[in-house]
Write a protein that binds this ligand. Structure first.
Ligand code: 13P
Ligand code: SF4
Length: 319
């Protein structure tokens, strides 16, 4: 067997021996996604990862994704041990929204309901009334608008603008972006569509307005996968991290998947179409964290219990 196969087998053994379950995101390495599925874990979007981790009986959760995903798991299940293959795997949205600056922004607008995207630190969530993910943001903001609430939104400006356009809610926005989705280009997408007039265009809402405007489907990673599986078209242009193609190929083997255009290629653009932080998750890191208990996520009190409220509110609302 290859080294990869050996590592995979070792990781499977360790998961079993340690009573651990693997919770993986669709953007991580395909081997990790396969392993999660083969060992009773899950590969999913951020909303379902949080719900699965909370509800699973295992006392150790291994989260293959980025830091906010590990933190959400720990906030929801403080009694469980939450490990990650690489604790340095973060997110440009999280980095671009430091808790102190965010607190000052909230203090300056006390009349607004604070809604934060999942891709934030525990300390930012501790200031929020609601957490949302891309799969429920539209629904939750529509509800808040219907209640007459004005919103303070952070940190993704593209998702915020999309939700604002769709709902007409009054939203004051933080100016953050995902370095991966921000690279998708509207003009180049128009040219690609001319070459593939029958293709369905699938776009994650962290993408720029010029890209979202051309979408047939805008949605979370799970929603985009569902669109490929259920769609009657043969060709699909996919504007999100290309880690998602692994699950799309497995679940819809006959379909033709085309990556949406970015400005550069992997030689000139390190964040084009694949998240450098998601890419830090590998089989070796998984084996190491299970073997040695490294990469453990800790969220201190009172931040943890303060952050729990906004996550619970979302999970209750979407239950
Ligand atoms: P989903 O919640 O759509 O999976 O996207 C989250 C995300 O941005 C992970 O990087
Ligand atoms: Fe963050 Fe973008 Fe990477 Fe997702 S893909 S973790 S939003 S930088």
């Amino acid at each position: 067997p290859s080294q990869r196969q050996q590592l995979k087998a070792r990781a499977a053994e360790l998961l079993k021996a340690k009573g651990a379950v693997l919770v993986a995101h669709y953007y991580v390495d395909g081997d990790l996604q396969d392993l999660a599925q083969e060992t009773g874990g899950i590969v999913s979007d951020s909303l379902e990862m949080a719900r699965f981790g909370r509800d699973h009986a295992a006392q150790t959760l291994v989260v293959a994704g980025v830091k906010f995903m590990g933190e959400s798991a720990k906030i929801l299940s403080p009694e469980k041990r939450v490990l990650m293959p690489d604790l340095d795997a973060t997110c440009s949205l999280d980095l671009g929204c430091p808790a102190e600056d965010f607190a000052a922004f909230c203090d300056a607008h006390p009349d607004r309901t604070v809604v934060v995207y999942a891709n934030t630190s525990a300390a930012v969530k501790a200031r929020a009334d609601w957490m949302v993910t891309s799969s429920c943001a539209l629904e939750i903001v529509s509800e808040l608008k219907a209640r007459g609430e004005k919103i303070l939104w952070a940190p993704d400006r593209h998702l915020g603008r999309y939700i604002q356009e769709q709902t007409g809610a009054d939203m004051l926005m933080w100016n953050g972006a995902c370095i991966v989705h921000d690279e998708f280009k509207g003009l180049e997408l128009e040219l690609l569509r001319e070459q593939h007039p029958q293709a369905l265009i699938l776009v994650h809402p962290e993408s720029p307005a010029s890209v979202v405007a051309q979408a047939d489907v805008v949605g979370s990673t799970s929603a985009l996968i569902k669109a490929v599986v259920e769609g009657s078209a043969r060709e699909y242009v996919v504007a999100t991290d290309n880690g998602i193609l692994h699950a799309m190929r497995q679940l819809a083997p006959g379909k033709v998947l085309i990556e949406a255009p970015t400005a550069g290629n992997s030689a000139t653009c390190k964040s084009c179409a694949h998240c450098p932080w998601m890419a830090m998750n590998g089989l070796q890191g998984l084996v190491d964290c299970l073997e040695h208990g490294t990469g453990e996520i800790r969220v201190e009190e009172p931040i943890r219990s303060q952050a729990l409220g906004c996550i619970d509110r979302m999970l209750d609302f979407t239950a």
